[in-house]
Design a protein around this ligand. Structure first.
Ligand SMILES: [Fe+2]
Length: 221
């Protein structure tokens, strides 16, 4: 019998209350095929010490039978970039579009614009190609590169506005505008995703022309 939600199901129980907002990034984790080379890159090039590592014959949360090494590299605020190596996994599928390798990324805050600049020669000296630094007006100054072992896109960034992550009202209106543009594009070009994207390009450009100097929507980010 299928269980259905009903008001009765909560009888005798207090309503659930949303807990406080999470405090900080604990860790982000990916799969690697070379734990030793990855640890070397994050320690020696990125300057993030290896602070913990453990093995297990299977996955504790699900019981799945993948033996693994899980290891952790720490940043100054205690947040962690973590990895799993599990022998015998095939290489991951190639993304269906290069956009996924551009948009999916991990951005790491550094202490100044000069620090962003300093990362460029350091990375080049270690054979890592970079893009930028890119100035996103009113938001951030950023250098982009790929972790050469795992092809994870990384960004070292300095915020140009200390309040860049406190623009709630602006964010809400940008979200509403985006949803409206998508609706209009789908109506105008149903079953044509590329056509919809072209229409959205036009709508974004028209919006910028209406509001010159409008910050918060940097190119290439
Ligand atoms: Fe970013």
């Amino acid at each position: 019998m299928t269980e259905t939600a009903s008001p009765m199901s909560s009888v005798g129980r207090p309503p659930a209350v949303r807990p406080a907002t999470p405090q900080m990034l604990s860790h982000v984790a990916w799969v690697t095929h070379d734990a030793v080379a990855t640890a070397e890159f994050y320690e020696q090039v990125m300057g993030m010490p290896l602070v913990n590592a453990f093995t297990d014959p299977n996955v504790p949360s699900t019981g799945d039978p993948y033996p693994f090494l899980h290891f952790f590299h720490k940043m100054q605020d205690g947040s962690i970039v973590a990895w799993f190596e599990s022998p015998g996994l095939p290489t991951p599928a190639v993304p269906s579009d290069p956009a996924y390798d551009i948009f999916n990324h991990l951005a790491l805050t550094v202490e100044s614009m000069e620090a962003v600049d300093a990362w460029m020669p350091w990375l080049h000296e270690h054979g890592v190609e970079t893009v930028g630094p890119v100035n996103h007006p009113g938001i951030a100054y950023s250098l982009y590169f790929y972790d050469p072992i795992n092809h994870v896109r990384l960004e070292v960034t300095y915020p140009l506005d200390p309040r860049w992550n406190s623009n709630e009202e602006f964010a809400r209106s940008a979200m509403d505008e985006w949803a409206q543009m998508k609706r209009e594009a789908v109506e105008a070009a149903p079953d044509d995703p590329r056509g919809q994207a072209d229409l959205i390009v036009e709508m974004i450009r028209a919006g910028r022309a209406r509001r010159p100097g409008h910050a918060g929507s940097p190119e290439g980010h």
